[in-house]
Design a protein around this ligand. Structure first.
Ligand SMILES: Cc1cc2nc3c(=O)[nH]c(=O)nc-3n(C[C@H](O)[C@H](O)[C@H](O)COP(=O)(O)O)c2cc1C
Length: 176
């Protein structure tokens, strides 16, 4: 396998998951910097041609506060059947206006309830029930890739490489 083929494999799996809701890359683990590393599962709404990732969330979630303090984050995908791991280190832009935001807000608001709990997500409750309010707090996280690290486990051997955006995605093999 060449570095170019390895990179293409990651790109095509990510793009495939744009349409295929059952693809394992449909969800990812988003890690942000906080007192403890902040990790959570989110849906990958879209991978764009420049390999940036779009995530939908509620502006009031703790992760948005964490990103406002530090825009560096890591995004992790794992394909269990193919034993293929993709990690993207990224800088996240929080979008609450603009063309990209408006386009995705329209799609997101088909599930408006997700972004309109009366109290902020993560707030303490005195009982398990919670309520929805009239306001919607949708925001779009646009994750711009800085580097991409790939790991492919195999029976005969493993493959690992890192690619940097600054080097126009030129890759470097690594010891797995
Ligand atoms: C399968 C799955 C998909 C999820 N997708 C999203 C998502 O797209 N956006 C989101 O904000 N939270 C999503 N969540 C909830 C997050 O994991 C998390 O609980 C929530 O966003 C609050 O995170 P925070 O307190 O770290 O900000 C999802 C959870 C699961 C289990």
């Amino acid at each position: 396998m060449t570095l170019e083929e390895f990179f293409s494999q990651a790109k095509s799996e990510l793009i495939r998951a744009n349409k295929d809701r059952r693809h394992p890359f449909r969800t990812l683990v988003l890690a942000t910097k906080a007192e403890y590393p902040g990790v959570r599962t989110v849906v990958k709404r879209r991978t764009l041609d420049d390999l940036s990732t779009l995530i939908y969330t509620d502006q009031r979630t703790p992760k948005v506060g964490e990103i406002k303090l530090n825009d560096q984050a890591s995004l992790l995908w794992y394909h269990d059947k193919k034993k293929f791991q993709v990690i993207i280190n990224a800088k996240i832009q929080i979008l609450t206006e603009g063309e990209l935001f408006e386009k995705h807000r329209e799609i997101a608001l088909r599930n408006a309830k997700d972004y309109s709990t009366r109290s902020a997500p993560g707030s303490a409750l005195s009982e398990s029930d919670y309520r929805y309010g009239a306001n919607e707090h949708f925001c779009l996280l646009h994750c711009h890739p800085i580097s991409i690290q790939l790991l492919q486990l195999g029976k005969e051997r493993h493959w690992r490489a890192v690619f940097h955006q600054k080097g126009n995605w030129k890759g470097q093999w690594l010891v797995p």
